[in-house]
Design a protein around this ligand. Structure first.
Ligand SMILES: Cc1ncc(COP(=O)(O)O)c(C=O)c1O
Length: 470
């Protein structure tokens, strides 16, 4: 009997047994059920996304959001003429977010949905670059920031802009407002504070940075705009720290990006970029597409994109409203604080961010205080054996000798789950104390995704990953 005629393991039908094609374009068809099972079964190894506390992105949505995603699978958001109502929902979302971020005229605010914060950040950066050029800027443009997410390194490389990263000073892990002016000059297109740092979860002091730039304007005439990277903070602080001033209430803030698919609660593939006033979005970024017999302005790096993310964002906004988002996001901070207190009780940890809504996003970041005979990479590795993914990584340049751990608390992570995690951390610590590693585990050996990436030097380009059975 040839292998093809043997019954398969699942359907007991002769001739169905196949293994997953891995390289080269598959020669023949499979029936849908078999192809589905092959893919489905392989994906079991991906783990349980809700136990992945290294990701900032949505891992829980309700059934109605799933239904809307399914119903809109065939809608291309760029096709405004064919799907005018999807275009209308996008415009409503922009007006709602403009209101949330205190734009001077929410009804007239220019903004767009994107695939995520990376695209939104590039658009904010490009607008700043075009505005600088219009002001007569020549030479190499630059922007000033603290420890930023890799999307800003990409922006710098892809669009030929110098990135001026202010080194961390002393014990401070965020950009210090007093340091900003020294890094600015005629070619500075913007300062980029991060409102919810990727490394620690902490908010950078946008209002303090704005005041520092006001003083610089007074003494030197340099008038430098701010773009806020509010990837994670943009849908938290308006509900849980409304008195914190970081948004369009500051006249110097000309644009903001946020990830709908992080704290906006939309499924993956959703970001937003908004500009304060019409003049802040240069014409060079705008392209017109057909719309109900006329034309409509778009400003995106992509052309075709799925419409479901915008549709579901609108659903989340009207389903929860201000009170719903406030309840839900406050609960996340409550769980983060519960986790932070539990960690402090376990012993040798110092909190960098313990889930205070005025200091940062709904996350906990911590380091080891004592030499306890294991490092955080080893603890992260132990937690993986129970299915938890918790990132351990070094701090950015200037403090790269210090290792920290970070857990992001997202919708769908409950106090009960935090207690289960604390039990597993306690068990992991006990085991590591009993069986110390003779050679400490390194970051490379422990693996783990930190929601960042490292820029590649061309000569050190990584080889493509090959399948073990190729
Ligand atoms: C501060 C910050 N900016 C930008 C990004 C990139 O966002 P996205 O993954 O939505 O492209 C992230 C992702 O974690 C982030 O933390």
């Amino acid at each position: 009997m040839t292998e093809e005629l043997e019954p398969d393991d699942l359907f007991a039908l002769p001739g169905l047994r196949r293994s997953a094609p891995k390289a080269g374009f598959p020669a023949t068809e499979l029936i849908p059920q078999v192809a589905y099972e092959i893919v489905h079964d392989e994906l079991m190894l991906d783990g349980v996304s809700r136990m992945n506390l290294a990701t900032f992105c949505t891992t829980w949505v309700d059934d109605q959001a799933r239904r809307l995603m399914n119903e809109s699978m065939d809608k291309n958001i760029v096709d405004k003429d064919e799907y005018p109502q999807t275009a209308e929902l996008e415009r409503r979302c922009v007006r709602m977010i403009a209101d949330l971020w205190h734009a001077p005229d929410p009804a007239a605010t220019h903004g767009t949905s994107t695939t995520g914060s990376s695209e939104a950040a590039m658009l904010g950066g490009l607008a700043a670059k075009f505005r600088w050029r219009k002001r007569g800027g020549t030479g190499t443009p630059n922007f000033v920031c603290g420890p930023v997410q890799v999307c800003w390194e990409k922006f710098a490389r892809y669009f030929d802009v110098e990135i001026r990263r202010i080194p961390l000073r002393g014990d401070q892990l965020t950009m210090h407002p007093d340091d900003v002016s020294a890094y600015c000059d005629d070619n500075t297109i913007m300062v980029v504070p991060t409102f919810g740092q990727t490394y620690t979860g902490l908010f950078e002091d946008v209002a303090g940075i704005s005041r520092a730039l006001d003083r610089l304007h007074e003494v030197s005439g340099l008038d430098i705009p701010i773009h806020v990277d509010a990837a994670s903070g943009g849908f938290l602080a308006p509900f849980t720290a409304p008195d914190l001033i970081w948004d369009f209430r500051l006249p110097r803030v000309k644009s903001i990006n946020a990830s709908g698919h992080k704290t906006g609660l939309a499924p993956l593939g959703s970001g937003w970029a908004l500009w304060r006033e019409e003049a802040d979005l240069p014409d060079e970024l705008i392209f017109n597409v057909d719309y109900l017999g006329g034309s409509m302005a778009t400003f995106n790096l992509n052309f075709s994109r799925p419409g479901g993310q915008v549709i579901t964002s609108y659903y989340e906004f009207i389903r929860l409203g201000h009170t719903g988002y406030t309840h839900l996001q406050s609960q996340l901070y409550h769980v983060a604080q519960h986790l932070a207190n539990g960690l402090l009780k376990l012993g040798p940890f110092e909190m960098i961010h313990g889930g205070d809504p005025h200091r940062g996003i709904a996350a906990v970041s911590w380091r080891l205080t004592d030499d306890v005979g294991f490092n955080l990479y080893e603890l992260s590795d132990r937690l993986r054996t129970r299915g938890w993914l918790i990132a351990a990584y070094p701090l950015p340049a200037d403090r790269e000798n210090e290792t920290i751990m970070r857990a992001l608390v997202r919708h769908g992570f409950t106090t009960d789950m935090a207690d289960l995690l604390l039990d597993d951390i306690a068990r992991g610590m006990e085991q590591l104390a009993k069986h110390p590693q003779t050679e400490p585990l390194t970051r490379e050996e422990a693996g783990g995704f930190t929601h960042n990436a490292t820029a590649v030097v061309p000569s050190e380009r990584a080889k493509p990953v090959r399948s073990s059975t190729e």
